[in-house]
Design a protein around this ligand. Structure first.
Ligand code: CP
Ligand code: NVA
Length: 310
């Protein structure tokens, strides 16, 4: 049984297979309606259970569409309506029960420990739909989007991340860049660098991943510029203070001028004031295509978890 919890735990060859499968499936669907299943209906009769302990728009809808297009169905559980949510049942029992009814479980949670506990007692694949430490489905999908737009292998491109370098998106992106041997420049304030474990992994990358504290230096000649909200869903910080520390790390038109002319801008959404309206809606931005690709990549992630990836 294959779980999908963190990019670092998935073999590179499997990550590549997922991206390849998503590309083929997306091409084959061009004439199909949103709810039409793929011709081979590979997950016919299967149900994905999903639960969100934190807000979600994109992950929720894109997983619903993903399993539907594979011929299966989904049920979204509202945590506050479960015995688990009201404190009356343990994660262990809930996990075992969900395993008897469902075929896979996608969880967005406020605690990585909960994710591990669900996994420990589950007989079905667990997918991480965002946790404090990781957002693996988003990042793998972003790699897909970059290769789709740039028509090049990700390992031949220069990525730049501007903003909080110690959050779930950044962790998963660094893990992916290590797996795919990607050149990544990170621009962040000194107090928001990647966590210690990742810094030590970065040091082993022979300079492919670099950390800067001036966005103009980091973004120079980049093919892709990415950022994320300064205040994440799990952030228990002094918000005003944190936002203030990022005042020199906003992605604006001037910043984009340092990147390559044909650079693209990506943002997983939801957004805050880390990017200007002009860039977010401007000619570099591919954020809508990026959001839509979640469906395509998550289909192949599901197939990987179900052991059905070609
Ligand atoms: N990008 C992303 O995960 O969006 P949601 O929080 O809306 O699911
Ligand atoms: N870092 C953000 C990502 C949202 C999709 C958060 O955790 O809120």
């Amino acid at each position: 049984m294959k779980h999908f919890l963190h990019i670092k735990d998935i073999p590179t060859k499997d990550l590549k297979k997922i991206i390849y499968d998503a590309k083929i499936r997306k091409q084959k669907r061009k004439k199909l309606n949103t709810l039409d299943p793929d011709k081979d209906v590979p997950l016919k009769g299967q149900i994905l259970l999903q639960m969100f302990q934190k807000a979600s728009s994109r992950t929720r809808v894109s997983f619903y569409l993903a399993i539907k297009q594979l011929g299966g169905g989904s049920l979204t559980l509202r945590p506050e309506e479960l015995h688990l949510g009201t404190g009356g049942e343990s994660i262990a029992d809930t996990s075992k029960i969900l395993s008897t009814y469902g075929n896979a479980f996608m969880l967005r949670t406020d605690s990585d420990k909960k994710l591990d506990e669900f996994k420990k007692h589950s007989n079905i694949p667990i997918i991480n739909g965002l946790s404090p430490s990781s957002h693996p489905t988003q990042v793998l999908s972003d790699i897909f989007t970059i290769e789709e737009i740039k028509k090049k292998s990700i390992s031949k491109l220069k990525l730049c991340w501007i903003g909080d370098a110690n959050n779930n998106m950044m962790n998963s992106l660094i893990e992916a860049c290590i797996k795919f041997s990607v050149s990544l420049n990170i621009a962040c304030p000194k107090s928001y660098q990647p966590n210690k474990a990742l810094i030590s992994s970065i040091k082993k990358q022979k300079g492919k991943i670099k950390i800067f504290h001036k966005k103009e230096l980091a973004v120079k000649n980049s093919d892709v510029v990415m950022t994320d909200k300064i205040i994440s869903l799990n952030d228990k910080v002094n918000k005003r203070k944190k936002i203030k520390s990022f005042k020199n790390f906003k992605v604006d038109t001037k910043t984009m001028r340092f990147a390559k002319k044909d650079a693209i801008f990506l943002h997983c959404l939801p957004r805050g004031n880390e990017v200007t309206e002009e860039v977010f809606l401007g000619r570099h931005s591919k954020v809508w295509q990026q959001a839509l690709n979640r469906v395509h990549v998550q289909k192949s992630i599901l197939l990987y978890c179900f052991g059905k990836l070609r």
